[in-house]
Design a protein around this ligand. Sequence first.
Ligand SMILES: *Cc1c(COP(=O)(O)O)cnc(C)c1O
Length: 404
Amino acid sequence: MNQRPFIPFHRPLIGNEEIEEVVATLKSGWLTTGPRTGQFESEFREYVRAPYALAVSSGTAALHLALAALGIGPGDEVITTPLTFCSTVHTILHVGATPVLADVDADGNIDPDSVEARITERTRAIVPVHLGGLPCDMKRIWAIARQHRLRVVEDAAHAAGAGYRGFPVGAGHPPSGERSDAVAFSFYATKNLTTGEGGMVTCHDEFLYHQMRVLCLHGVNKDAWNRYTEKGQWFYEVIAPGFKYNLPDILSAIGIHQLRKLDGFIAARRELAARYARELADVEGVELPREVRGRKHAWHLYAIRLHLDHLAIDRAAFIQELRQRRIGCSVHFIPIARLAAYARLAESPRNHCPRAMEMFHRLISLPIYPGLTDEEVLHTARSVRQVAIEHRKAKVFAAGGTTY
Ligand SMILES: *Cc1c(COP(=O)(O)O)cnc(C)c1O
């Protein structure tokens, strides 16, 4: 039998514009952070409508810098979600703080009620994650933060191009003045906008931006450096033991063009999501992700949730069936409590998140990315339908004991 070509879970979409800009950068003689990173930052700032944007080497670096620059450290507790990538929680530990896990809502995003229940006098910050590109209930989270005087750092690794109440994620909500302290984006290879590896952290506070910028590059105070070089001196000042988190121009060259295409990318993802929704709406045993009013989904992921009580197979077998039909799937995410590094954290009853643990066993992320063809999305949707129907659980009727 002739096998159809495999549909990978992800394929990046890099055009000639990106390639030519990288080549031009290599020829320019300026490889590390320079004019192209400056341009990428200023265009990103405009895109998300935030006054400050700092390009960094990863989304993880963006989170770490924000927490460090906000002065979060030993003795502090930071509340986040268990349905996230491990580095969201790593960065909390990296600043010396204690991560606390709050449970998720029906969409898999952090549940504000659960956040509230976790607050103690040690709580300093909340790190909500816009899972799959669907913004969290930020209005509630901002209200909780205001009431308890907490910092908010959004993990927007999936949410470049997403929107909240009419504004891009990163802008906050200008009419009410509500916003987070910092918003961290990732440009990892699989993300909505990619530079291969990279990230951006945006904020509205000049002082915070300055702190992050200094910490981003070894703690070198650039303003002091400028002053000294004006005097023709070799001296520069290091005001803190900083990190090496800057984004080089070679990568910003890719980002500049990816950003210009981002709205088109999101529109393509939106169409694919609508296609899945049309094809799968009536399939019993499969629950579909939704878009919530007032929140523009970036459709970074299309995570279906199996109704395991309708099915005779589990999630792993379902993924295997799809693989046999030449479709690559993934799971977002293995809950933090299931990772070996966090076994001890999970032991504390305070970190128990039953809804996240239950949802984990039902999650399958289907391929969704610009460049996925209509034929591929149809084959994927029809395969999901077929597997769900073929492995439907036999129903037992109490009355006659008839099974079918
Ligand atoms: C990808 C990702 C990160 C980390 O981004 P990197 O750029 O890979 O460091 C953080 N949080 C979430 C939810 C992610 O998906």
